[in-house]
Design a protein around this ligand. Structure first.
Ligand SMILES: [Zn+2]
Length: 336
């Protein structure tokens, strides 16, 4: 459909989107408007001009400092732009160069951008905003409407729309981990944001790739997370580690009620009707308005959201070879 060199265009559009995602990552958890005021330096408040808004180049050419007050700009701005550019380039190549599927490209480019915002917000604040999870669900459902309209063979799974099947599997898989962890270990094993994120992932990439992405998330998380915990533990005294699990775990009743709420997407619909959200979930689980409350991450707190999102990006991109691998392993293991 497009020539190979156009991947460069895909990359640079992605980097520009990454530039906007930096605004989302900075403002969304604080409940600030994404559109007003226009971009400005958080230190000197000087409004950014046209020369400051070229993705990657502005950052590098300014010597990674604000042009007005000379305060260094966080590397995060640069990495988010590069990362988003790379994800867009990958999906661009896959769906616009190697294949001809512009709708899938648009869906995956939005999907990837939302996941990148979720990754960096979760790293900084230990939350995944409900609005991001609601958008993921919506994008998946809209994509499914298109697939049904286009008579696609992947539009339905088990006789129901694939996005709904994927959302259900995603919710139940992670909610199941949370439930079993609470039941057998009396611990909060999974954040509610992670359950809703998994629902959105299932809605966009459907059942088999979603399950694959959860496996990838656990594998990547076990490796990186294990290294992180070890590195942090070495730096801290033993007695501080002991006090980790003082907090009362969530009640089984609340977990059941929230799980049903996520299956019914009450949190997502609640983005439009906040009263509905409050009525079902109460005030508590929505930490979005006030991420700076007294909750402190403990030494073993590892946000799982970034791994879920990374796993989903890998599964979306390498879906076909990875599923073939699983399939041939299954045939080998069962001797068929
Ligand atoms: Zn400045």
């Amino acid at each position: 459909m497009f020539a190979e060199w156009t991947v460069v265009i895909g990359f640079y559009i992605g980097a520009a989107i990454g530039s906007f995602l930096n605004v989302v990552i900075y403002r969304l958890p604080k409940g600030m408007s994404l559109w007003q005021p226009p971009s400005h330096c958080p230190n000197c408040n000087h409004r950014l001009g046209v020369p400051d808004l070229f993705p990657l180049f502005s950052f590098l050419l300014s010597g990674r400092r604000c042009r007005y007050c000379k305060k260094p700009v966080s590397w995060r701005y640069f990495w988010v732009e590069i990362f988003t550019g790379a994800v867009w380039a990958g999906f661009w190549w896959q769906n616009l160069v190697a294949n001809e599927d512009p709708v899938r490209f648009i869906v995956l480019a939005i999907f990837g951008s939302l996941l990148i915002a979720a990754i960096f917000i979760d790293i900084a604040w230990y939350i995944i905003p409900d609005s991001i999870n609601a958008w993921l669900l919506l994008i998946g459902l809209l994509y499914n409407v298109w697939l049904i309209y286009a008579n696609s063979p992947i539009a339905f799974t088990w006789g129901i729309p694939s996005a709904i099947a994927g959302a259900l599997v995603g919710t139940l898989a992670l909610w199941g981990v949370a439930f079993l962890g609470r039941l057998f270990f009396q611990k909060d094993a999974m954040g509610h944001g992670d359950i809703k994120l998994a629902r959105g992932i299932g809605a966009v990439i459907f059942v088999a790739p979603a399950l694959l992405s959860f496996g990838l998330a656990i594998a990547v998380g076990a490796i990186i997370g294990g290294v992180q915990v070890m590195a942090r533990k070495r730096g801290q005294a033993e007695e501080e580690i002991e006090g980790d699990y003082d907090e009362e775990p969530e009640s089984i009743g609340s977990l059941l009620k929230c799980g049903l709420g996520y299956v019914l997407a009450i949190d997502a619909i609640g983005q439009l009707f906040p009263k509905l959200d409050k009525w079902w979930f109460g005030e508590e689980p929505q930490a979005e308005e006030n991420p700076e409350d007294d909750w402190q991450p403990t030494i073993t707190t590892i946000p799982f959201g970034p791994y879920l999102a990374l796993g989903a990006l890998l599964a979306a991109y390498f879906e076909i070879p990875l599923l073939e691998l699983v399939d041939s392993y299954w045939k080998w293991a069962t001797g068929s």
